[in-house]
Write a protein that binds this ligand. Structure first.
Ligand SMILES: NC(=O)c1ccc[n+]([C@@H]2O[C@H](COP(=O)([O-])OP(=O)(O)OC[C@H]3O[C@@H](n4cnc5c(N)ncnc54)[C@H](O)[C@@H]3O)[C@@H](O)[C@H]2O)c1
Length: 254
């Protein structure tokens, strides 16, 4: 019997990458999963691969009404929600003198406000189930920054503040809220970003070498941490941010 038997997990940004690995993990451990994304082909294929206990729901998290509709879809399919993964993240590069207000607003909306909107709809549902867990995906860039990432870094740092506050506001209701901060993880997003800096494998090699462990992380390694945090084994962990970064935050100079 899986650790999440009888539980329902809703995952935003789960058609591919870290979110898809987490959806597979929760499903493997017995949960019903609602995969929310804008990549309809990938999301539908993942739900079909998982079969029973899996649904794909199209949900653009820039649209608050779509987030609420995704929760309603989870209610209709599986009768409620126990676990939430707010995992959508997008990049908008540019120094602040170049970055447009539109790009800043959109980045904050997708990378941070969507986490608030999701939590807003999650809390009453988790409360109705006697408790639950919200996992928010922050980033190593919520701890230290890289050039031209102002809107992303601000949003990812904001996620950690949001997480801490949700955690203390709802701790006595059996609701935990945690964030995770991955280092560089080999996902479609990272491959796409790398291709913009040069030959993809060369760039990925340089990024791997920047991590003390001398490699990139895998989506499965991040997913295993998410599963642990969502499980009763992590029952005393709330408000925390967990680094999954191959040691990169620990080193000042390579
Ligand atoms: N890969 C890394 O190195 C890394 C490092 C630190 C943090 N993160 C964070 O991890 C999370 C997952 O990243 P990933 O690398 O798996 O990326 P990814 O692009 O492979 O996956 C992100 C998913 O979010 C979906 N998405 C994008 N915009 C959306 C929108 N408006 N509405 C709904 N879904 C949308 C994408 O379609 C995709 O399926 C992100 O929050 C990212 O910022 C990733």
């Amino acid at each position: 019997m899986g650790e999440f038997e009888g539980r329902v997990a809703i995952l935003f940004g789960a058609a591919r990458g870290i979110g898809a690995a987490a959806a597979r993990g929760f499903h493997r451990e017995g949960a019903s999963v609602v995969v929310c994304d804008v990549l309809d082909a990938e999301g539908s294929a993942l739900a079909a691969e998982l079969g029973e206990r899996a649904r794909y729901v199209r949900c653009d998290v820039a649209d608050a009404a779509a987030i609420e509709a995704a929760y309603r879809a989870a209610d209709a399919a599986f009768g409620g929600v126990d676990i939430v993964l707010n995992n959508v993240g997008i990049t908008r590069y540019g120094t602040v003198d170049v970055l447009s207000l539109e790009d800043w607003d959109y980045s904050l909306r997708v990378n941070l406000t969507a986490h608030f909107v999701s939590a807003h709809h999650a809390i009453p549902r988790l409360r109705a189930r006697g408790g639950g867990v919200i996992v928010n995906t922050s980033s190593i860039l919520g701890h230290a920054s890289q050039k031209t990432t102002a809107s992303y870094a601000a949003a990812k740092a904001g996620i950690q503040g949001l997480t801490r506050t949700i955690a203390i506001d709802h701790a006595t209701e059996g609701i935990r809220c945690v964030s995770i901060s991955p280092g560089t993880i080999d996902t479609p997003l990272v491959r796409h970003v790398a291709s913009g800096f040069g030959e993809t494998e060369t760039v990925l090699g340089a990024w791997a070498a920047a991590h003390p462990v001398n490699r990139l992380g895998t989506a499965e390694e991040v997913a295993e941490t998410i599963l642990f945090l969502a499980s009763p084994r992590a029952g005393f962990i709330t408000g925390s941010d967990i680094l999954i970064d191959g040691g990169i935050r620990s080193e000042l100079y390579a």
